[in-house]
Design a protein around this ligand. Structure first.
Ligand SMILES: Nc1ncnc2c1ncn2[C@@H]1O[C@H](COP(=O)(O)OP(=O)(O)OP(=O)(O)O)[C@@H](O)[C@H]1O
Length: 258
């Protein structure tokens, strides 16, 4: 089994606050893993550490066996890690198509000189990129919206577009931060199917933060539970549901497994 991601004693302090504390985690190739925990548990901080937004205070992050701790976000993207955000971050005033095409530039199909000089390679590359982008949008049922301005899309479609854009960067590891936030139950169910499908189709490993328990339990093969920055449980969805530590951590929060 190939280890795609390994966190060794990952720790992040903000002043006196330990937001992430000695977290160990392993993701194997092709796994779809959930990261859950009450508000403020440190989930998004882990994503920010994984993507180079923050530098770990202690511990290490290994991606495909190589340390990526301390790398800049663009370097982490180039290594093959892509993410979506809790609060959607699209280029709001660009078209749906351009939002995806921008991400393709990460693994540019042509070099800077050919792009500046508009050499034949540039036009061929540009055409191929547009075709690829439209194909990707088609998978996400967004091809007919390709010329719309991103901010004018309904919320659920903006979330889909964000995932499409993340995939355009050609990741090996996809990090999804609350992909179902703000979606209705039908949209959530569609999204679950889509996440499972893209994992298979794009040969991905997926780590998913989610508050919607039905989504987490329905789609994830294994789950890590974080509370006050520490991993308090790890296991199969049924094990997690029945784990007293998890139930206690969630006491006072309304949890629905429906
Ligand atoms: N840049 C920062 N500076 C100081 N404290 C921070 C910073 N970012 C996060 N924190 C704190 O770290 C802790 C973990 O926050 P984080 O956003 O990672 O939690 P979370 O599990 O993603 O929460 P939520 O489910 O509400 O999104 C919180 O106490 C938060 O206030």
């Amino acid at each position: 089994m190939t280890e795609v991601l390994k966190l060794n004693q990952l720790t992040k302090l903000f002043g006196g606050l330990t937001a992430v504390s000695q977290v160990d985690m392993t993701l194997n190739k092709g796994e779809l893993i959930g990261l859950i925990g009450p508000n403020g548990a440190g989930k998004t901080t882990i994503f920010n550490l994984l993507t180079g937004v923050y530098v770990p205070s202690k511990g290490d992050i290994l991606f495909m066996g190589k340390s990526i701790s301390g790398k800049k976000p663009y370097q982490v993207t180039a290594e093959g890690v892509a993410r979506t955000f809790q609060n959607i971050r699209l280029f709001a005033d660009l078209s749906v198509l351009d939002n995806v095409k921008i991400a393709y530039h990460w693994h540019g199909k042509y070099n800077l000189a050919s792009s500046l000089l508009r050499l034949p390679g540039y036009f061929a590359g540009e055409k191929k990129m547009t075709e690829d982008a439209v194909e990707l949008l088609d998978i996400f049922n967004l091809a007919d919206k390709k010329d719309e301005i991103a901010k004018n899309l309904p919320y659920g479609l903006q979330r889909r577009l964000e995932i499409a854009r993340a995939l355009a960067a050609g990741p090996k590891l996809l990090l999804l931060d609350e992909p179902a936030a703000g979606m209705n139950p039908l949209e959530t169910r569609d999204l679950m199917d889509l996440i499972r499908w893209i994992r298979n189709e794009f040969n991905l490993t997926v780590l998913l933060i989610e508050h919607d328990m039905s989504l987490v339990m329905g789609v994830c093969e294994r789950i890590y539970v974080l509370d006050y920055g520490k991993i308090i449980a790890e296991g199969l969805p049924d094990e997690i549901k029945a784990n007293p530590k998890v139930i206690e951590a969630y006491l006072g929060e309304e949890v629905s497994y429906a």
